[in-house]
Design a protein around this ligand. Structure first.
Ligand code: FES
Length: 127
């Protein structure tokens, strides 16, 4: 009987949720806005969620969850085409995060971007 406990205990320990839940991230600091070139993008980790942070040619920032709304691949900014692209099934979003072609069924989730004292912050957009 002892052998059964020795087999099952590690399995149950693994399956049991941790006592402390992952801290909820509400805002992430990217860095100095002056270091973020127009027409480029970065992936920012928002907790476990990748967020695509873009700086448009006019200097404005935009941020979207980088997870495709089709089957959860990671999307990327295409500076040459001025769009957001999912390589998995050729899904395309515009720079407002709207799904414009391919299989994605809905827009990307948007995050808020603010610049405070020259520093760029990404936070969850208010519903
Ligand atoms: S997962 Fe992005 S288009 Fe299919």
């Amino acid at each position: 009987m002892g052998w059964l406990a020795s087999v099952l205990y590690p399995v149950f320990s693994f399956l049991k949720p941790p006592r402390i839940a992952e801290a909820t991230v509400s805002s992430v600091k990217w860095g100095a806005a002056a270091d973020f070139a127009a027409g480029t993008s970065e992936i920012v980790k928002f907790g476990r969620t990748p967020v695509l942070l873009l700086r448009l040619d006019n200097g404005d920032f935009r941020a979207f969850e980088a997870t495709c709304t089709h089957l959860d691949c990671t999307v990327q900014f295409r500076a040459d085409k001025k769009d957001i692209w999912c390589a998995c099934h050729n899904g395309v979003y515009d720079l407002r995060g709207l799904n414009v072609s391919g299989p994605p069924p809905r827009p990307l989730d948007e995050y808020a971007v603010s610049v405070v004292d020259g520093e760029v912050f990404v936070s969850r957009a208010e519903a």
